[in-house]
Design a protein around this ligand. Structure first.
Ligand code: GDG
Length: 744
């Protein structure tokens, strides 16, 4: 199974030196507790991996590492690989690009972004340092799981130096909508996307983030996806959502810990007969602290009866205080708290109890348990674990969670009171509702949320991600075995040359010619016509162009060549040397119903158009804005599929085209008919589209089938580009050498 490398910006511990005294402290935060719980879990203990490693930047010197830290690390369940980065470079990388560009932009604060080239250069440099260090230690078959926005370039860099490792990436912060990402300089944003696509599996917290990422990849790199799977360069890459869980039991069981209980009781006694509202956040503009205070102030103004009857325990944890945007924020918040307390306090009561420090774990749990309400209202948050920890800690199922709808956690914790964090009225109403919520309702809501969190805890999260990574690798291997390589091609070539009766079934658009902006522009080149002539005029060959095009176009472009032409997926055909025939009775009436619907979609989607053929109507969206075209096409399919129920019509989801035609005939039926009539001793079938899949399926092992471009296919082999098709056919004509003929 290889070894597992966790890679994150920092190692999961930090080292404090006080004179001669060196102390090692485990870091807090979501990722560390997640991976730590996994390492300690049964799943990891039974040993899926041969060994576990953790690489990150060290906050201690190389000398301290050798003399003090490494010898004392034995008690950890992993081997640590510290990276020593020059302080100035680290500052530009971490405070600079990571936290003054990516962090504000990805959290929808574009006005706080500080675009500086030296920040980006340092970012590249540190990501490279990670890649180089990893390249020294990883081996093929190892799994490298890279975490978070500081290392977005690393997957691609690592893939370049060690292609045979399994690479997973998880983004802990939101992936913003394309409209936000596009604000970034072009070179940087494409580098970030390419960086991520070096991974095999890219994980996000929510469906929205996955969608945003996919859209950006489509818009900036032109790479489409199929159910979250992308064909990038010659690899298959998958993105998916993995909402991070918490160590549920740890928080839930803390309720039975005597230290925690004592602390909880102390807090309750301190605020006797008062409701407690609680929150804990790092000091960060994304956490919405100012808006939260405004909401609380508005509540006190609107509901004076609650004055002296509740307190808001507001804990702020120091963070990133070297960045100006953070320092400034702290000052503003403290001023606000001062004003608010000054305005409402009485001799015996102060509404906001403010602390600016890091809480010990026991105290944090005691506060979770003592709180009647948790007020968690970030303006944006990848997930927000505090909300989940609060829910897990409410062992009596008493308590109400008020949660920002802009936190990733909101998509899982529907039973919380969801609020718009900037809307003071909304926040104030939620506080009021929470204060009056009957116990049975609190219990119901808590029970549902707790069940979900207990079911998908952090160990499940890790296992889920790593399992999926294995599946992606399996899928990639399956795909690779399908790639038409030299050896297989040689076999096809030899077979062709030795055969006496050959049948070649070739799709037209996307196979023999590349796609054009408009269907009428995809005329066959001189080179193609010459090739088809050479192939078709060999008496041993029966060359069939089997297309969705109508008979008129095929006749005009290819009618003079020695070919069989099949139009509109088999609705009509012209056998070599004969005249056109209709395979199905044509009645046009159904088109009167379908045409107006497609026309509506033309007006709703600029660049799309309707093409009408004898037996088919098609709505093309190749020339539309990629995302709009795609989403409109889903709507159209929906509408049409409902309409054609119980009729003889069928709706086909083609390559940037939706078609409606009579059912009962398709390329598969036609191809099989031709092959059965002819009984060739060599059959080759090439196509690129969904409609060609019918041929691949119908012919099965009767033919060599080749799919052009990526995607899941019933064909036996794939080639990645249409440009490979003509050389491939051309080469068939080359006679075998004597040795080849003998099969050597
Ligand atoms: C990223 C994303 C995403 C906080 N204060 C104290 C303390 N904490 C612990 C909490 C919780 C963690 O730190 C903070 O949770 P976040 O969800 O904010 O996680 P981060 O790691 O900061 O941020 C975030 C997360 O990654 C996971 O993917 O949810 O959206 O920004 O576990 O308990 N712990 C103690 N004292 C404190 O004062 N002991």
């Amino acid at each position: 199974m290889g070894r597992l490398f966790i890679v994150s910006n920092r190692l999961p511990f930090s080292v404090d030196r006080d004179g001669e005294q060196v102390t090692i402290r485990q870091s807090s935060g979501g990722l560390v507790s997640a991976i730590k719980s996994y390492f300690e879990s049964d799943a990891a203990a039974t040993g899926n991996f041969e060994a576990k490693m953790w690489m990150g930047v060290a906050d201690f010197s190389n000398e301290d590492w050798t003399a003090e830290v490494e010898p004392r690390l034995k008690k950890y369940d992993f081997t640590a690989y510290p990276l020593f980065i020059d302080k100035t470079v680290y500052k530009d990388y971490y405070n600079g690009f990571a936290n003054s560009v990516l962090w504000p932009l990805f959290h929808y604060f574009p006005s706080l972004v500080d675009y500086q080239t030296n920040y980006y250069d340092a970012f590249v440099q540190v990501n490279k340092a990670f890649a180089n260090r990893l390249a020294e230690v990883v081996k093929p078959g190892d799994t490298v799981w890279i975490h978070d926005y500081q290392l977005m370039l690393l997957p691609e860099m690592l893939r370049a130096v060690q292609p045979e490792v399994n690479i997973g990436f998880f983004l802990h912060i939101p992936f913003p909508s394309y409209e936000i990402l596009r604000l970034m300089p072009a070179e940087w944003k494409t580098a970030l996307l390419r960086g991520l696509l070096g991974a095999d599996l890219i994980g996000f917290h929510t469906h929205d983030y996955v969608q945003h990422f996919m859209q950006s990849v489509k818009m900036l790199l032109g790479v489409d996806n199929y159910f979250y799977t992308m064909q990038y360069q010659d690899r298959l890459v998958k993105a998916d959502l993995f909402p991070i869980g918490i160590d549920y039991k740890r928080f839930h069981n803390a309720a039975y810990d005597t230290d925690v209980l004592d602390l909880r009781n102390d807090i309750k006694r301190n605020f006797e007969n008062k409701k407690i509202i609680f929150s804990v956040d790092r000091l960060d503009y994304t956490k919405g602290l100012m808006d939260r205070l405004n909401g609380f102030e508005y509540f006190l103004q609107q509901h004076p009866v609650w004055q002296e009857k509740l307190v808001f325990v507001l804990n702020i944890v120091p963070s990133r205080d070297e960045i100006p945007a953070y320092l400034e924020r702290k000052k503003q918040i403290e001023e606000k708290i001062g004003t608010l307390n000054g305005k409402f306090s009485t001799i015996s009561w102060q509404p906001v109890i403010y602390r600016y420090n890091h809480l010990p774990f026991n105290e944090l749990c005691a506060l979770y348990q003592a709180a009647d309400i948790a007020l968690i209202t970030p303006l944006r948050d990848g997930m927000n674990l505090v909300a989940k920890e609060y829910v897990a800690s409410c062992s009596t199922q008493r308590g109400v969670l008020i949660l920002s709808e802009l936190a990733g956690a909101a998509s899982e914790l529907n039973e919380a009171l969801l609020v718009n964090p900037t809307d003071v009225v909304d926040v104030s109403n939620a506080i009021e509702k929470a204060l009056h919520m009957p116990s049975h309702e609190q219990k119901n809501r808590m029970a549902l949320m707790q069940k979900r969190l207990a079911d998908y805890d952090v160990v499940k999260w890790v296992n889920d991600f790593l399992d999926q990574l294995v599946s992606v690798r399996k899928e990639q291997i399956k795909m690779q075995t399908k790639l038409l390589d030299e050896k297989i091609y040689k076999r096809i070539h030899q077979h062709y040359q030795k055969a006496q009766k050959r049948c070649l079934l070739l799709d037209y658009d996307g196979t023999l010619v590349s796609f054009a902006r408009l269907p009428q522009e995809a005329v066959p080149s001189k080179e193609l016509k010459e090739l088809l002539y050479k192939l078709g005029s060999d008496e041993r060959n029966h060359v069939v162009i089997i297309s969705g095009r109508d008979a008129e176009v095929l006749e005009k472009w290819l009618g003079h060549l020695p070919l069989t032409l099949v139009a509109e997926h088999g609705a009509s055909y012209k056998m070599k040397g004969e005249s056109w025939q209709q395979a199905i009775p044509s009645s046009d009436q159904w088109k009167e119903v379908i045409r107006p619907i497609m026309q509506i979609f033309v007006s709703r989607c600029v660049g799309s158009f309707v093409e009408e053929k004898n037996n088919t109507i098609a709505w093309h969206y190749r020339n539309t804005a990629a995302d709009l075209g795609f989403s409109r096409s889903r709507e159209l399919i929906n509408n049409l599929s409902q309409m054609v129920q119980n009729t003889m019509l069928q709706v086909i989801d083609g390559n940037k085209v939706i078609e409606v035609r009579m059912s009962g005939f398709d390329k598969g039926v036609m191809a099989l008919r031709i092959v059965n009539d002819l009984s060739p001793d060599f059959t080759l079938c090439i196509g690129d589209d969904t409609t060609d899949e019918d041929m691949f399926k119908a012919l099965g092992s009767k033919a060599y089938s080749i799919k052009v471009s990526n995607g899941i296919t019933a064909a036996q082999y794939t080639v990645f580009s249409q440009r490979k098709v003509l050389p491939l056919l051309e080469q068939l004509l080359t006679p075998l050498t004597e040795r080849e003929y003998a099969g050597a």
